[in-house]
Structures are given as structure tokens and as C-alpha cells.
Ligand binder design. Structure first.
Ligand SMILES: *Cc1c(COP(=O)(O)O)cnc(C)c1O
Length: 367
């Protein structure tokens, strides 16, 4: 079986360094809010290109704290609107609604699968305060037009960089393109911990300070609570592991890009559509999505022939039970069609050449 993502092998690749890091924390007797967080935050901020990085418990919390901070700082009010791509993972939407903000779902471009920048302006109202820009599947979703719209309507640009660690847009990393960004270190992400983890990057000190407090019970000083926060901290063990893996992230992303290049060059089947590649784009291929009208048959066929695939995502946020009645069910036809046709192929830094070739042969034989 060619597994979708062999986490065991991905960890094994750097096992020696990871073991040293984990053992250092274990024997130190210091497990939270210590040197490991400090070092990782420093290195990750440097890597992304922001002044600050705040570690937190997971990617969803990172995004929740960002919008909560905007509210605490009086920059946004509950009821304000945030534009977000309709085909994102539900965490992006939850971070908005959890804060009493309204998620305005905008369709993706069906060719790139990223937020369609030609559909943003018609969604802007007097209550729109922000765009939550999700770099979905590892590709930068930022465009100059999005930057112009943010300026024109004074929108706060927030990035959901959970799927695009290391991606570069015109010399700048995603996660430094907007005012603030949320990152997830869920094990399966390009930069993954051995458990949950997340971070916020920003060059805005006020936001960084507020978020650091919110993720630590709302505390600005020991036993002094400025906000009603929560316990949402990054473990020292995870920070130590992430610091090791960060050093290899660019190399690992290049290996993913190699797999993607092979797929692009060799998958040739009229029943299968690959996302359009744009000139000069940088993509760190968190996932490799393909589209197929016979998606379920294709998945079944691949599975019978020893290839595991996944669907990202089978039910879009607006059709989930938790959001019943929140949006008009039929208004997001592109997103719904993508949910029926999307299939993610195996891609990782440890996928063997013979396995990549096997996947392609099977795809090209599919009728
Ligand atoms: C994974 C992910 C998140 C949430 O991250 P967790 O660490 O799992 O909470 C948020 N947004 C997107 C787009 C993601 O893929």
C-alpha cells in the first residue's frame, strides 16, 4: 500500500536530531514557557520574516486569538464581517464565528482552487473588516488585487498559513504578507509537531502582546489577568521538535515540489484535471489535489490498486450540520462541485520514486 502520508517515516528521517531535542526537554525538568519556546519563536519569526512569533496550542487557536485580539483592542466589533474562501478547512470559518464575527464565504477560482479575487469586491459591505486569506493546499493565495482591495476598503489582511509553511511570494514568505498570520503544526502539515501546536506571526507588537496574553489565561504578568483568556500554550517538547524540523523545512518542501513536478509532467488523462499552475508561482504542495467527475470511482480504483488517497474536503463548511441555516445552501456552486470532484494524491518528502511512478501509471490507465 502506498500510504497517503507516512508520518512514521517523516519523523524517522530526522529521528536522531528529534531524540536529542526531546531528551533535552525531558531531562531539563522545564516543560512549558521556557527556552525551547523562546528559541523556536525567534527562529520561526526570522524564517517567516516578521518581528514576532507567539506559540500556541494549535492552528485553530492561533486564528481564534488573532480575531479575539482585534476585538480586545477595539479594532473589530462582534457582528463585523470577515471574507474567507468557501472551500477552506472548517477551522478558518470557526475562528471567525467563535468570535461573534460573521464569515462571508467567497467562492474559489475553480482553476487554481484559491480564493477568487474577482469576487471579493462584491462581497464587501460597510461592516467588512478583514479578509482571512487561506493559502490552501500549499499555494500562495495572495494577489496584488487583494492587496489593493485591503487598502481601498481598509481591511485587515489575516493569513491562514496552516497549509503553506515556507511558501514564498515575490521574495516574502506567506505568513508575512498581511498584518498577522495563524499557523498550524498539526502532525500532517508541512511543518508538523508530534502532536498539536500552532503559532501566530506578526510585526505588530500590540497584536503580538495581546495574543501572547490571551493564549496564557489573559495574563500579562504572573497572577495579573488583563483578559479572560484560556490555556492555549505550545509545549516545550513540541517547540523543541519544531525547531529541529524547521531547519529542514525548505529541503523537505523542495522534495514535495519534485513529486508535484513529476505529477504535472506525467499525469495525462482527459478524465483528470490538475490545478492550473501560474507563472512564477511558489507552491509548497501541502496537498496535491486533482479533480475528476468520477472521483469516487477513481478513489476506489486507486485503493484497490494499493494507493491511499484522501478528499479535502468532502463537505464544505456551509453544508455542515453545525452551521445549518447560517448561509443559503445553494449559493456556493463552485465550492460544492469541488467537494464532489476533489481527490488528494500521496505527496510528501519521503515518497519513493517508484511509488510516484506507480501512482501516475494507475491514473493514466483509469477509464
Ligand atoms: C489544519 C488547518 C487549520 C487548523 O489547524 P489545527 O492545528 O489542526 O487546529 C486551520 N486552517 C487550515 C486551512 C488548516 O488546514
Amino acid at each position: 500500500m502506498i500510504p497517503f502520508l507516512p508520518l512514521k517515516d517523516i519523523t524517522a528521517k530526522y529521528a536522531d536530531e528529534i531524540n536529542v531535542a526531546v531528551n533535552r526537554v525531558v531531562s531539563s525538568g522545564w516543560y512549558l514557557q521556557g527556552k525551547e519556546n523562546e528559541a523556536f519563536e525567534h527562529h520561526y519569526a526570522d524564517y517567516i520574516g516578521t518581528k514576532h512569533c507567539v506559540g500556541c496550542a494549535n492552528g485553530l487557536d492561533a486564528l481564534i486569538w488573532i480575531y479575539r485580539a482585534y476585538i480586545e483592542l477595539g479594532i473589530m466589533q462582534p457582528g463585523d464581517e470577515v471574507i474567507v474562501s468557501a472551500n477552506t478547512y472548517i477551522a478558518s470559518v470557526l475562528a471567525i464565528t467563535e468570535n461573534g464575527l460573521k464569515a462571508i464565504l467567497v467562492e474559489p477560482n475553480p482553476e487554481t482552487l484559491e480564493l477568487d479575487d474577482s469576487k471579493i469586491e462584491e462581497a464587501v459591505t460597510s461592516r467588512t473588516k478583514s479578509i482571512l486569506l487561506v493559502h490552501l493546499y500549499g499555494r500562495c493565495a495572495y494577489t496584488e488585487k487583494i492587496g489593493e482591495l485591503c487598502k481601498k476598503y481598509s481591511l485587515h489582511l489575516v493569513e491562514d498559513n496552516a497549509q503553506a509553511h515556507g511558501c514564498i511570494y515575490k521574495g516574502q514568505r506567506t505568513g508575512s504578507l498581511g498584518e498577522v498570520a495563524g499557523h498550524s503544526f498539526y502532525p500532517g502539515k508541512n511543518l508538523g509537531a508530534l502532536g498539536d501546536g500552532g503559532a501566530v506571526t506578526t510585526s505588530n507588537k500590540e497584536l503580538a502582546d495581546c495574543i501572547r496574553a490571551l493564549a496564557n489565561y489573559g495574563s500579562t504578568k504572573k497572577y495579573v489577568f488583563k483578559y479572560c483568556g484560556r490555556n492555549s500554550r505550545l509545549d516545550e517538547i513540541q517547540a523543541a521538535v519544531l525547531d529541529v524540523k524547521l531547519r529542514h523545512l525548505d529541503e523537505d518542501n523542495r522534495l514535495r515540489q519534485r513529486v508535484a513536478a513529476y505529477y504535472y509532467e506525467n499525469i495525462k488523462n482527459p478524465l483528470i484535471t490538475l490545478p492550473k499552475q501560474l507563472p512564477d508561482e511558489n507552491n509548497v504542495y501541502h496537498l496535491f489535489p486533482i479533480l475528476c467527475e468520477q472521483r469516487d470511482e477513481l478513489q476506489q480504483y486507486l485503493s484497490e490498486n494499493g494507493v491511499q488517497t484522501l478528499i479535502h474536503y468532502p463537505i464544505p463548511p456551509h453544508l455542515q450540520e453545525c452551521y445549518a441555516g447560517s448561509w443559503n445552501e445553494n449559493a456556493l456552486l463552485i465550492t460544492e462541485r469541488l467537494a464532489e470532484q476533489e481527490l488528494s494524491l500521496p505527496i510528501s518528502q519521503v515518497l519513493a520514486d517508484k511509488d510516484i511512478e506507480k501512482v501516475v501509471v494507475l491514473l493514466n490507465d483509469f477509464k
